[in-house]
Design a protein around this ligand. Structure first.
Ligand code: GLU
Length: 320
């Protein structure tokens, strides 16, 4: 065979391979499928994937335990991006609380903030539990170990001076398992932290009569004094069935984060596809409907902004 023919065959064989290797695959760590992180990650990927032909990036979401799992997975290079609560972003960056056995995660970078997540305690409507202190000596589900709500519950317990022994039992059911367990009386209290409205609280309040407990001002003030990244928050009345009054609680921001090892071009494109298609993005989940770009640059973020995000924010004149 002629030398030129051999070269032509080799080139043909290599072509699909080079096309394949040009695609950059990225993943976003989210939370339980019935939470808000999972559809939020899906919305971000969907808009990014639409421009795949131009930027060559292909995005997928992973269902995970939640904030703490996502931060650890980004640190171990198992995922590229994650959606996390602002309290755990702060603690990971500073190597505190649940991350105190690790060095500060200095490579952590913020991309953009999303919405407020409220800390929620829900019980059956006919239960004797009327306020936070009444959950003592009850069967309480904290959520899975890697979740942000489990970790935030621990912070609340520190403020109250409680330990796990303060409860009759502590379980670690997934958010999606909680509504059934609560309605069937297997647990007395479910703990959750997510944007509103979310599928978990919708399911719980529709499956049986469930009330969401307000947290008293004194506890919230004490909590915020020690942990300034928490803010007072309200779940508006009538957001969930049989909960017609406003519910007072505290909240955190949900943010998309990454590490400084992730390519500037990838981070730039993930923001560009969301922000350039913002009206569309806002329709992809009810939690997004009130988002404003200006608030999404820094709110709740303690890790430095990734250079790819900074480039987009400057170009879009969202920061100077
Ligand atoms: N905030 C929860 C967590 O960090 C997840 C909420 C959600 O999935 O929307 O574990």
């Amino acid at each position: 065979m002629k030398r030129s023919s051999v070269i032509a065959i080799i080139l043909t064989l290599l072509m699909p391979l080079s096309a394949y290797s040009a695609t950059k695959y990225i993943s976003i760590g989210t939370g339980a499928i019935t939470g808000v992180y999972y559809p939020a990650g899906g919305a971000i990927c969907r808009l990014l994937n639409r421009g795949r032909k131009e930027h060559g990036i292909r995005c997928s979401v992973e269902s995970t335990g939640g904030s703490v799992s996502n931060l650890n997975a980004i640190r171990n290079n198992a995922i590229d991006f994650g959606i996390v609560q602002s309290d755990w972003q702060y603690q990971a960056y500073n190597g505190a609380k649940f991350f105190s056995d690790q060095r500060p995660f200095e490579e952590l970078r913020s991309v953009f903030s999303l919405y407020t997540e409220t800390f929620t305690i829900a019980v059956k409507a006919d239960s004797q539990i009327k306020n936070l202190d009444d959950i003592l000596k009850k069967n309480v589900n904290f959520g899975p170990l890697g979740s942000g709500m489990y970790a935030t519950m621990k912070v609340l317990m520190d403020v109250k001076g409680w330990t796990q022994d303060s409860f009759e039992s502590v379980t670690y059911l997934q958010p999606s398992e909680q509504p059934k367990a609560l309605c069937e009386g297997k647990i007395d209290v479910m703990v959750y932290a997510a944007g509103n409205p979310n599928g978990v609280l919708q399911e719980a309040t529709q499956a049986c009569k469930v009330k969401i407990i307000s947290i008293d001002d004194k506890t919230i003030s004490k909590l915020i004094k020690v942990n300034p990244f928490y803010v007072q928050a309200v779940i508006p009345g009538a957001m969930y069935a049989n909960n017609n009054e406003d519910i007072n609680t505290f909240g955190v921001m949900a943010s998309l984060v990454t590490s400084n090892k992730v390519d500037e071009e990838i981070v730039y494109n993930i923001i560009k596809s969301t922000f350039d298609n913002f009206d569309n993005f806002k329709t992809l989940h009810p939690v997004f409907s009130t988002l404003e770009k200006g608030n999404m640059v820094k709110a709740g973020n303690s890790a430095p902004i990734h250079p790819g995000a900074l480039r987009y924010f400057k170009e879009a004149k969202l920061i100077k």
